[in-house]
Design a protein around this ligand. Structure first.
Ligand SMILES: NC(=O)c1ccc[n+]([C@@H]2O[C@H](COP(=O)([O-])OP(=O)(O)OC[C@H]3O[C@@H](n4cnc5c(N)ncnc54)[C@H](OP(=O)(O)O)[C@@H]3O)[C@@H](O)[C@H]2O)c1
Length: 259
């Protein structure tokens, strides 16, 4: 056996279909690129068509198979419709990555119903709706991979965690519930936990050089995260190699959480 065929037997995503929410920007875009390059056909779901088109054009120009669905995952109805549309493109997905997220952080005393509802809808309810739509089918077919993207705030309060931290903590619990339900049928459910990664999500924080340097110093590696840091972990969790890893939180944070 060549090293290429050995690595391929572990990690190749050839012939698999993936749906990645938030796949048009930041961490989700890097994960989309990684899954596509590893062989999957990927449908990305987000709102802005220009970013969706640019991402898919880049991947297809590189020889990948990718497509997009524009949807606002801020309501359950829209999430259900997006799931149907996504499954209609390359077929029912084998891999679901829930990476779309919003990060609204008023001070706790000013956190109102609107912020709470939007945060829960996008960060928690859309992953639930998509999981309910795709998880049972994956279980029936005997293979599936569900990957959620959570946060340090699933584990600790940090920079006004507010509703955001609650949504991410619940998302980790959702992953464990899904893992318990579907792992016996070959469907693993895990979470990727970033540290601080400068992206459009956190421009306020990432435009403050002192805070950026302070966060980098809190890691063990000595720098903040890059979207590309998630490529290997995402391919691993999406691949056959991770068949016995389920219900887990994989911290891709340069050691921030254990420093
Ligand atoms: N960056 C960090 O330091 C960090 C740390 C911890 C956790 N995370 C998590 O990592 C994930 C990705 O974040 P990122 O930093 O890569 O952010 P980003 O670059 O802002 O990407 C967010 C993605 O989600 C999509 N999105 C947002 N709201 C949506 C909605 N209502 N409906 C559909 N799509 C929506 C965005 O596209 P549209 O705007 O076009 O809809 C975009 O594709 C999030 O879940 C975030 O909570 C990030």
């Amino acid at each position: 056996m060549t090293s290429e065929s050995y690595l391929s037997s572990l990690f190749s995503l050839d012939g698999l279909v993936a749906v990645v929410t938030g796949g048009s920007s930041g961490i989700g875009r890097a994960i989309t690129g990684a899954l596509t390059h590893a062989g999957a056909s990927v449908v990305i779901v987000a709102r802005r068509e220009a970013e969706l088109t640019a991402t898919v054009d880049e991947l297809t120009a590189d020889g990948g198979r990718a497509a997009w669905v524009s949807a606002d995952l801020g309501t359950r109805e829209a999430a259900r419709a997006a799931a149907e549309e996504a499954a209609g493109i390359f077929g029912e997905p084998d891999i679901l990555v829930n990476c779309a997220g919003v990060n609204l952080r008023p001070p706790m005393s000013e956190l109102d119903d609107a912020v709470w509802d939007t945060t829960m809808a996008v960060n928690l309810e859309a992953p639930f709706v998509l999981g309910q739509r795709f998880g049972p089918g994956m279980a029936e077919r005997g293979f599936g991979r569900i990957i959620h993207v959570t946060s340090q705030q699933a584990h600790r309060a940090f920079v006004r965690s507010g509703a955001y931290g609650v949504s991410k903590g619940a998302l980790e619990s959702l992953a464990r519930s899904q893992a318990e339900a579907w792992s016996p049928y070959g469907v693993t459910c895990n979470t990727l936990v970033p540290g601080f990664v400068p992206t459009p999500l956190n421009t306020r924080l990432s435009s403050d050089p002192e805070q950026v340097a302070a966060l980098a110093a809190r890691t063990m590696v000595g720098r903040n995260g890059l979207a590309g840091d998630f490529a290997g972990a995402a391919v691993f969790l999406a691949s056959r190699a991770s068949a016995y890893v389920t219900g887990q939180s994989l911290f891709v944070d340069g050691g921030l959480s254990v420093h």
